[in-house]
Design a binder for this molecule. Structure first.
Ligand code: NAP
Length: 545
């Protein structure tokens, strides 16, 4: 793709710069969106910054990267034959298997011909006279489309903190969300990991087994529960196939979009022995089962404290050095108010002689030197640094693109006090621009694949509706956007989730407005709301010829 003019692109021998739709991103969202829009007969181009499909599962190749929703549920449901022909090997699939699955999907539905890889979209501008989007890429191309769909992902804008001296480091540096495709061998190396979120918690046990010494720089300890991963049993797989339709229906109408048995009792309304038994059973189940142990865990601080104390007792029982156990114990925010982590061997890793935990809340990192990390107390000599420092979540990937709506108003300006959307799907003043799993939708608070499918289907039905009626544009009204934002907030404030300094509220990015971004009313409730709005002729939207 080296010989391109500024206004044309060539994919599969086809030259065009005018499309019905442009999709940004070829992960779970972009691939299914392409499949649906092609089904409607739309000429569609996908731009993807990576050199392959997969989105988050293309970039996050760090050792131990694994999904923590069970694979049978964290997979597309739209095609029965796809479900029947694909066999997952583990309860929770690892990154290579999910990437392979998405490559299979791209081939199976012949999607590649419409995807231009190694191309980053840098700008998208709405032309009011033409009622079309102009999309520009980092290759200097410019194309136009009636519809622009952002399938850019919620956790795709990787963030490395602006440490003083970082450019002077002579060793190797990696971010978990931009891991080299060829992998990294840490054998015999002194490695530092900065961060202890989900990515770090997954990769630390692997790094510890390879490195000569691993230094873990922790600012805030997280609650982590065991995955109890293992091979997917043939009985479970058979049961899924036999009851697939029923299970998918259950998940679509649930709180989180995947199976969690919700105990209707209050944690405070049962005897301590029953509470302990319930938590132990959930811990044995593994994964997010803990979240459903009692109905009020995420609603009532006292109830939450019983779950928090249970996990703290597990940390104390696992980590042999009481001082290290104390450092690993979260105390300053409610259980699960920061995204609950799911691990394999995380806490036992701190019993290894070659692992040192450094509390950088108590003794902050002052700078990165040419040979390592210097805190206010000591310097740690390192061969490699792994930044497991997270993402500019939910809004980062959208705001990294220069998006201009009506009258050229930049999205950055519209969102200067935090993201505003209607349903997390559309933005007032940005006609025909759709955001799959955008801020204000269940997104990261749910089984992402299920929420992606719901958005893709809603968006493609909406585009079909417009075309059948010869309507050119759809646009969220300011009133609908304001009302939805107030509702998202109200629901969040009913829970304990906003009480942590988490990426859910943008607290991990200096200067980012603090707004609780996901909608946590439940995927079933949310789906119903979206369906009713569509059934009423897209209430809250203006549809114009
Ligand atoms: P993260 O949860 O945001 O964790 C980032 C870590 O880096 C935190 O411990 C944070 O500390 C630390 N950090 C950030 N800036 C720092 C600084 N300047 N100095 C010291 N420490 C700093 O990011 P993540 O682990 O990549 O996970 C992000 C999300 O991706 C997860 O919550 C999850 O939703 C998703 N994810 C999913 C999976 C899965 O499904 N298996 C796996 C990985 C990630 P503070 O807490 O103090 O800010």
């Amino acid at each position: 793709m080296s010989d391109q003019s500024a206004t044309s692109v060539i994919v599969s021998g086809e030259t065009a710069n005018v499309f019905d739709a442009v999709i940004v991103g070829a992960g779970f969202a972009g691939l299914y969106m392409l499949h649906r829009l092609r089904g409607l007969g739309l000429s569609t181009r996908v731009y993807e910054a990576g050199s392959g499909v997969g989105g988050t599962w293309f970039w996050n190749r760090y050792p131990g990267a694994r999904c923590d929703v069970e694979s049978l549920q964290y997979s597309y449901s739209f095609s029965e034959s796809l479900e029947q022909e694909w066999q997952w090997t583990e309860r929770y699939a690892a990154q290579p298997e999910i990437e392979k699955y998405l490559n299979h999907v791209a081939d199976r539905f012949e999607l590649r011909g419409s995807i231009q890889f190694d191309t980053r979209v840098v700008a998208a501008t709405f032309d009011e006279a033409a009622k079309r989007w102009t999309i520009q890429t980092d290759r200097g191309e410019s194309v136009t489309a009636s519809f622009c769909v952002m399938a850019t992902g919620c956790l795709s804008a990787a963030k490395v903190p602006a440490y003083q001296g970082i450019d002077a480091f002579r060793g190797k540096m990696y971010h978990t969300g931009q891991w080299p495709a060829e992998g990294v061998d840490f054998s015999g190396r002194k490695v530092g990991v900065i961060g202890t979120g989900s990515s770090a918690i997954q990769c630390i046990p692997h790094l510890a087994r390879q490195a000569s010494h691993l230094f873990v720089f922790q600012r805030t300890p997280n609650f982590s529960v065991p995955a109890h991963n293992g091979p997917l049993s043939p009985e479970v797989a058979r049961d899924w196939q036999a009851n697939r339709v029923k299970y998918r229906h259950r998940d679509r109408n649930s709180q989180f979009g995947f199976r969690i048995e919700l105990n209707p009792k209050s944690a405070l309304g049962v005897a301590p022995e029953e509470r302990q038994r319930e938590y132990e059973a959930r811990w044995r189940d593994g994964g997010f089962a803990m979240l459903g142990a009692f109905a009020d865990i995420v609603l009532n601080q006292k109830a939450n404290e019983t779950a928090a104390e249970f996990v703290r007792s597990k940390i104390r029982a696992t980590v042999s050095d009481p001082a290290v156990a104390r450092k690993l114990t979260p105390i300053e925010y409610p259980f699960a108010a920061k995204r609950l982590c799911v691990d394999t061997d995380y806490y036992p890793t701190f019993n290894r002689d070659n692992v040192t935990l450094i509390d950088v809340r108590a003794r902050p990192i002052r700078e990165i030197t040419s040979t390592g990390v210097r805190t206010v107390e000591a310097e740690y000599a390192l061969d490699s640094i792994v930044f497991a420092t997270g993402f500019d979540a939910i809004t980062g990937a959208l705001l990294n693109i220069d998006i201009g709506g009506r009258a050229g108003v930049p999205l950055k300006q519209h969102w200067s006090e935090g993201p505003r959307t209607y349903l997390g799907i559309m933005i007032a003043g940005f006609p025909n621009l759709f955001t799959i799993t955008g801020p204000g939708s269940p997104s990261v608070f749910s089984n992402m694949v299920l929420s992606i499918e719901q958005h893709v289907e809603w968006i493609s039905d909406c585009i079909g509706y417009l075309r059948n009626r010869q309507l050119a544009t759809i646009e969220a009204s300011v009133e609908a956007e304001n009302a939805w934002g107030a509702h998202v907030n109200e629901v969040a404030n009913y829970t304990l989730f906003p009480r942590a300094r988490s990426w859910y509220v943008g607290a991990n990015i200096p200067g980012k407005p603090h707004v609780f971004m996901p909608y946590i009313g439940g995927v079933g409730v949310y789906r119903q709301k979206c369906d009713v709005i569509a059934a009423h002729g897209y209430e809250g939207f203006a549809l114009r010829p």
